[in-house]
Design a protein around this ligand. Structure first.
Ligand SMILES: [Fe+2]
Ligand SMILES: [Fe+2]
Length: 330
């Protein structure tokens, strides 16, 4: 676009930002990083082909959702089923049978961050898929057969016997661990800090209300969101938190402080090195050391957790650690 052919509404003589972008796909902190300065020619380098929706290729259809729609919230039972697919991927299934998958993972399509996952995310069918943010280890929504795609949803979604509240905040930045991956964002010319951060360092947390249980999907959110975010969450019963031995997203202390503030009944560590799911190339470590220092903890041997509001009502910050246990199929 030249200056004399501005788009409607583009006035006052300001030139469009002429930044040079290296579009590396949704990388773990490096996607769409601005390169160079404002005085270089606008240029785009696409390391991966841009793909549109692939929903038309999905073998499933919306018959299950239609059945739930007609059932008018007739939940069978009171159980919330949580299936862990490794990293930060969870499937929640409500008593009525509505299934939601959060943060399916994939490898960085640009290759910039290396291979994190030796296997593909299992091909599964769900009613809705959601992603907290546009990093490759959270956003493989096209790898899932889902009737609804609620990508980075902000605000309320209500259907059947579930209500989801998407609360917009920001990704963690200055990681306390040895691997300062945020420095790479800076090296490639971007300002990672709000309000100027690139979009891939936004993060949506999801509060899921189902079966009388309030579950918070943290994603890679920062440890110190503003008060309005804490207020939007309110009481949390089940808290997922990305803490691993390398402190890639949150430190042990930050994790402890969040747990102390929210006082959830159940805490589920995420985003750690997991045999059979993630690779040493992630630089992640297991979460054992963080879990070990907690007062109440249990190591799970089944990737499926079935909770009821009554069953967890007396729990106090009880850590449920999946370790190397994960679902590898439907
Ligand atoms: Fe991330
Ligand atoms: Fe992540």
């Amino acid at each position: 676009m030249t200056d004399d052919k501005r788009a409607p509404g583009q006035t006052n003589g300001l030139k469009p930002s002429r930044r040079k972008f290296l579009s590396m796909g949704a990388a773990g902190g490096l996607s769409a990083i601005a390169l160079g300065t404002n005085d270089v020619e606008a240029q785009e380098i696409n390391c991966a082909p841009v793909s549109g929706s692939v929903a038309w290729k999905q073998p499933g259809n919306n018959e299950h959702v239609r059945a739930l729609q007609g059932a008018a919230q007739q939940a069978a039972g009171n159980e919330l089923v949580i299936d862990y697919f490794g990293h930060t991927a969870f499937r929640l299934t409500t008593p009525a049978g509505f299934s939601l998958l959060f943060d399916p993972w994939r490898n960085d399509p640009s290759g910039a961050w290396g291979l994190w996952f030796p296997k593909d995310f299992p091909r599964i069918v769900v009613d809705a898929v959601l992603s907290t943010h546009a990093h490759f280890d959270h956003d493989a929504i096209d790898k899932v057969d889902a009737t609804s795609v609620l990508d980075r949803l902000v605000g309320k979604f209500s259907f059947s016997d579930v209500t989801i509240t998407g609360v917009a905040d920001k990704h963690s930045t200055d990681q306390p661990g040895w691997y300062k991956w945020i420095e790479a964002v800076k090296e490639f010319g971007a300002d990672p800090y709000p309000p100027n951060n690139p979009g891939h360092l936004d993060n949506v947390t999801y509060l899921v209300e189902a079966a009388g249980i309030r579950t918070l999907i943290w994603g890679d959110n920062r440890a110190n969101p503003p008060e309005e975010v804490w207020n939007a969450w309110g009481q949390v019963d089940v808290l997922t938190l990305p803490v691993d031995g390398s402190e890639h997203i949150l430190s042990f202390e930050q994790g402890d402080q969040i747990v102390e503030r929210l006082k959830p009944k159940v805490v589920i560590p995420t985003h750690y090195l997991q045999k059979g799911v993630s690779s040493t190339l992630t630089t992640l470590q297991v979460a054992d050391a963080w879990v070990d220092r907690q007062k109440n903890k249990r190591r799970l041997t089944d990737p499926r957790l079935v909770l009821t509001a009554d069953g967890i009502k007396d729990f106090d910050r009880e850590f449920f650690y999946f370790g190397d246990t994960a679902q590898h199929g439907q």
